[in-house]
Design a protein around this ligand. Structure first.
Ligand code: ASP
Ligand code: MG
Length: 404
């Protein structure tokens, strides 16, 4: 008999029928002799409509009250799920985040979990219940309701699994697991059976978003192995674990793509201390989120600096740098939208050579021009025209032997 935490996302509980489906799955697991804790999200669309409501009554809703409001989405689902289990002849009880003992800091709308005291959950499991916990929420030491940031139910599930020392944590969603690339773009993409925390994090930050990154970081920190799988079938999913030596034999685990990127180049930036800090401090103070940064070696006292960001961030940047560029005596600012980022990710890169060469060869076969390149220990990424991203993904997928 195992202790199993199962998390069901918004699409998995999106309708009354889907909630009954979740209830059936919970009962099935319980029927196999396991102790079951379910963590559920708000029904799909609910969090967004609550946010919209808030904006309709106030131009700037206070964050404390936003949390009170948003937490009702998950509270609705826990009650409905418990009723459905009950109706199917099972025994279930629902708990809000606070009742489940989830304590957070006081940063409303993006609180961090500070500790979990799950004695209530233990007691209710001991009494034979399926325990259904509201995702995405907790409370502060002084009793204020908090939420954990969008997608935060994943974090609730991982954190509860860690606190309960659960045997398994299963993240049920509307896809079968993590794929080597988006199957809508690369039809030969296949499901990854096992992936390391680091690869999962890199793939998430390069555009393959299956789960909230913060929850993967948390799982890594507390060594919680988990599985991502579909709530609509019984196919095995993708297991995410700490890396094992054998995992390095695969050079590239997956290919990620991120569209709607923009590239900014500042020409003829004087080569002296303090100049880069002036540029990026100005952007940071305006909360513009930067992705890649590339600076060339300087020739005759000046260099070009290029960086990328989301197109939305480019709009936010606006003319922010015009004055800075004039002040530091740099040349023109060139902004280009319509680019995208392609990344190949794998811990095997640390011990294999030729990854960059192979990627660049694949792109050259498709006559795809590379505009920027960056690498990390387990990732090689390029910026290319957005119109070429799909063929680039297919070429890279084939080149690294990922086709099914
Ligand atoms: N309901 C929240 C959201 O939509 C939390 C979650 O679904 O994980 O972001
Ligand atoms: Mg969600």
């Amino acid at each position: 008999m195992a202790l199993i935490v199962q998390k069901y996302g918004g699409t998995s509980v999106g309708t009354p029928e889907k909630i009954r489906n979740v209830a059936r799955r919970l009962l099935e697991t319980k029927g196999q002799g396991h102790s079951v804790v379910a963590v559920v999200s708000a029904m799909s669309g609910v969090t967004d409509s609550l946010l919209k409501l808030a904006r309709e009554v106030s131009g700037s809703p206070t964050e404390r009250e936003l949390d009170v409001l948003l937490s009702t989405g998950e509270q609705t689902t826990i009650a409905l799920t418990a009723m459905a289990v009950d109706d199917l002849g099972g025994k279930a009880i629902s708990l809000t985040g606070a009742q489940a003992g989830i304590v957070t800091d006081g940063i409303h709308t993006k609180a961090k979990i500070s500790n979990i005291t799950p004695h209530r959950i233990h007691k209710m499991l001991d009494d034979g219940n399926i325990v259904i916990v509201a995702g995405f929420q907790g409370h502060t030491d002084s009793g204020a309701i908090t939420t954990l940031g969008r997608g935060g139910s994943d974090l609730t599930a991982i954190a509860i699994a860690a606190a309960l020392k659960a045997d398994i944590c299963q993240i049920y969603t509307d896809v079968d697991g993590v794929y080597t690339c988006d199957p809508r773009i690369v039809p030969t993409a296949k499901k990854i059976e096992v992936i390391s925390y680091d690869e999962m994090l890199e793939m998430a930050s390069s555009g393959s978003k299956v789960m909230q990154s913060r929850s993967v970081e948390f799982a890594k920190k507390f060594q919680v192995p988990f599985e991502v799988r579909s709530s609509f079938n019984n196919n095995p999913g993708t297991t995410v674990i700490e890396e094992t030596p054998g995992m390095e034999n695969v050079v590239v685990r997956g290919v990620s793509l991120e569209r709607k990127q923009a590239k900014v180049t500042i020409q003829h930036v004087p080569d002296r201390p303090g100049v880069a800090s002036r540029i990026f401090r100005t952007l940071a103070d305006a909360h513009v989120i930067i992705d890649m940064i590339v600076q060339n070696v300087s020739i005759e006292g000046s260099t070009d600096i290029s960086f990328t960001m989301n197109c939305e961030e480019l709009a936010k940047m606006g003319h922010l740098l015009d004055n800075v560029v004039a002040e530091i005596g740099a040349g023109k600012i060139i902004k280009k939208e319509g680019v995208a980022k392609l990344s190949v990710v794998g811990i095997g890169m640390r011990s294999h050579s030729g990854v960059a060469a192979k990627l660049f060869e694949a792109l050259s076969q498709g006559s795809i021009n590379i505009q920027m390149i960056t690498t990390s220990e387990i990732k090689t990424a390029v910026i290319i025209d957005e119109s070429e991203i799909e063929s680039a993904a297919r070429l890279a997928h084939t080149a690294f032997g990922l086709d099914a």
